[in-house]
Design a protein around this ligand. Structure first.
Ligand SMILES: Nc1ncnc2c1ncn2[C@@H]1O[C@H](COP(=O)(O)OP(=O)(O)OP(=O)(O)O)[C@@H](O)[C@H]1O
Ligand SMILES: [Mg+2]
Length: 295
C-alpha cells in the first residue's frame, strides 16, 4: 500500500497540496481526477519521491519514506512513474537500450526488460530508434520502462492523452493486465472513459485538497467541479443505485440510432437501472422533457 498522510507542498510560495491524504493498494487501479492545476501531477511526483512534502509523510507498506539516497533508490524500485510526456522520460537511442537502462542500473535481471517489451506489444522493436517511434509507441515504451523494474506500483500521468482508439484500447488492456499481475496502478486522468473502464477507487482533487474519495465515480460532483469529460453529461439513475452499468455514447451515430439508443437508455433508467448518457446540453434538455413526461 502506498499512502500520503496530510502532505503539504508548495512550489516557491505557491501552495499546491494542502493536507492531502491519499491511499492506493496493489491489485487495484486508483484514479486521480481534477481540473487543470488541481495538483494531480504534484501528488504523483510525491509517490516515488521525486518531490518531498514540506509537511506530512509518504508511506510505503506502512513504512515512512525517508529521503536519503538509499531509501529513494528502494522506493523507486517499488514505485515506478510514467511521465505524461514520453519525451521527458525516454533517454536512450534505441528501444532495447531504453527499456534495459533501468534494470541494468538497478542490478536487475534483463529478462524483466524483455518481458516488459512483450507486455506492451513492442517485441521486435528492440533495434528501432526511440526518436522514430509514433506517439502511441513511445507511450507504451515509457510504460515498459516502468514495468521493466518489476515494481509493486505503476503510477501513470495522463496515460491516454493524445492517443487514438487503438492506442487507448491498448493502454486499457495494459492497465488491466498490470492489475491482474497484482500491481497497484495509479493514474491521473481527464479521460472519463478510461476512469470508467479501469478504475476501482477514485479521488477528486480540487485546489490541492481531496474533495471526493470513493469506489464509484460521482458524476454530479465531477461535473460541478468542472472536471473535463463531465461537462456535457447527465446521469439518469435510481436514487438507490448510483453505480453506472452502461455508458451510452452518441458520437457519430445516425439520427435513427440516436433515437433508439435514447429510448432504450431512458427505459432502462425508468426501470431503475443506471445509465450514463454522454451527450450535449441541448440533448440533455430533451431527455429531461422525456423524463418529465414519464412521471
Ligand atoms: N515546477 C513548478 N513550478 C511552479 N509551479 C508549478 C510547477 N509545477 C506545477 N506548478 C503549479 O502547481 C499547480 C498544480 O500543478 P499540477 O501540475 O500538479 O496540476 P495537475 O492537476 O496535474 O494539472 P493538469 O491537469 O493541467 O495536468 C498549478 O497551479 C501549477 O501551475
Ligand atoms: Mg498534470
Amino acid at each position: 500500500m502506498i499512502e500520503t498522510r496530510d502532505i503539504w507542498f508548495s512550489y516557491g510560495d505557491r501552495e499546491v497540496l494542502k493536507g492531502l491524504n491519499f491511499m492506493a493498494r496493489q491489485s487495484e487501479v486508483t484514479v486521480v481526477m481534477g481540473k487543470n492545476g488541481a495538483g494531480k501531477t504534484t501528488l504523483l511526483l510525491h509517490l516515488n519521491g521525486l518531490l518531498r512534502p514540506k509537511k506530512g509523510e509518504v508511506r510505503l507498506n506502512g513504512v515512512r519514506v525517508s529521503y536519503d539516497k538509499r531509501a529513494l533508490f528502494e522506493l523507486r524500485k517499488k514505485v515506478a512513474l510514467v511521465f505524461q510526456n514520453p519525451d521527458d522520460q525516454i533517454i536512450a537511442p534505441t528501444v532495447w537500450e531504453e527499456v534495459a537502462f533501468g534494470p541494468a542500473n538497478a542490478g536487475l535481471n534483463l529478462e524483466n526488460a524483455k518481458r516488459a517489451l512483450k507486455l506492451v506489444g513492442l517485441e521486435g522493436y528492440e533495434e528501432r530508434l526511440c526518436s522514430q517511434l509514433s506517439g502511441g509507441e513511445k507511450k507504451r515504451l515509457s510504460i515498459a520502462d516502468a514495468i521493466a523494474m518489476d515494481p509493486d506500483f505503476v503510477v501513470m500521468d495522463e496515460p491516454t492523452a493524445g492517443l487514438d482508439q487503438p492506442g487507448f484500447d491498448s493502454i486499457v488492456e495494459l492497465i488491466l493486465m498490470l492489475r491482474e499481475l497484482g500491481k497497484g496502478v495509479v493514474i491521473a486522468t481527464h479521460d472519463l472513459e478510461l476512469a470508467t473502464k479501469v478504475g476501482d477507487r477514485f479521488y477528486y482533487l480540487d485546489a490541492g485538497r481531496v474533495v471526493y474519495e470513493g469506489e464509484s465515480i460521482d458524476y454530479r460532483l465531477a461535473k460541478r467541479l468542472g472536471i473535463r469529460g463531465f461537462a456535457g453529461m447527465i446521469m439518469i439513475a435510481s436514487t438507490t443505485d448510483t453505480s453506472v452499468e452502461q455508458i451510452v455514447n452518441f458520437n457519430g451515430d445516425s439520427e435513427h440510432e440516436i433515437l433508439e439508443k435514447t429510448l432504450k437508455a431512458v427505459l432502462k433508467a425508468y426501470r431503475g437501472e443506471s445509465v450514463l448518457l454522454k451527450t450535449g446540453e441541448g440533448f440533455i434538455e430533451g431527455i429531461r422533457r422525456i423524463l418529465e413526461g414519464l412521471k
